[in-house]
Design a protein around this ligand. Structure first.
Ligand code: APR
Length: 177
């Protein structure tokens, strides 16, 4: 059993741009086509370059709640794990479970590819309209539960792109106050 509370030392929150983070894998908040878009998806494709889109085309999409892995091309990371978050419809269409699945499937995929350091954006909280605090609570719970029973992943970074998300994650993790 992993030492009680050690998960806390393996999670950090930063305010920044995920495309510049030097980790084994960064996570993309993609859509089901995997062919790029705006937000973090657009930033990742812009920085990774055309090779990423070519590889994504061959994957023929990704269902909501699932995750797929590609190379990271011109990004400093080794891999990109693309996951498709749920569009928020008010909470009655399994949005919480689907968002939790994004984090869980991403962590499982990271583990099977020997990823030891990972950076997540705040999946679904932009264009997909998921309430930030609710989404952050799901993200922290799923990552905490995974790290409590798995020690192969050494570091998970929540990369926030705005002050509100950053404050929410810091509050949930009891840091930075
Ligand atoms: N680094 C880190 N986080 C970022 C960055 C960045 N460079 N750019 C945006 N974000 C943040 C947003 O501020 C938001 O908190 O990522 C979070 C997710 O927002 P979106 O990128 O809009 O993703 P999402 O809400 O999951 O919607 C996905 O948007 O971009 C399209 O193709 C994508 O159709 C898909 C949809």
């Amino acid at each position: 059993m992993i030492e009680e509370g050690s998960w806390r030392e393996r999670i950090t929150v930063i305010w920044g741009d995920i495309t510049g983070i030097q980790v084994d894998a960064i996570v993309n908040a993609a859509n089901e086509t995997l062919l790029g878009g705006g937000g973090v998806d657009g930033a990742i494709h812009r920085c990774a370059g055309p090779g990423l889109l070519e590889e994504c085309r061959k994957l023929h999409g990704c269902a909501t709640g699932k995750a797929v892995i590609t190379s990271a091309y011109r990004l400093p990371a080794r891999f990109i794990i693309h996951t498709v978050g749920p569009v928020w419809h008010g909470g009655s269409r399994d949005e919480d479970a689907l968002l939790a699945s994004c984090y869980h499937k991403t962590l499982e995929l990271a583990k099977t590819h020997g990823v030891r350091t990972l950076a997540f954006p705040a999946i679904s909280t932009g264009a997909y309209g998921f309430p930030r605090r609710r989404a952050a609570g799901i993200a922290v719970r799923v990552v905490k539960e995974f790290l409590e029973r798995d020690e192969t992943i050494e570091k998970v970074i929540f990369v926030c792109h705005d002050g509100e998300n950053c404050a929410i994650y810091q509050e949930l993790l009891g840091v930075g106050q």
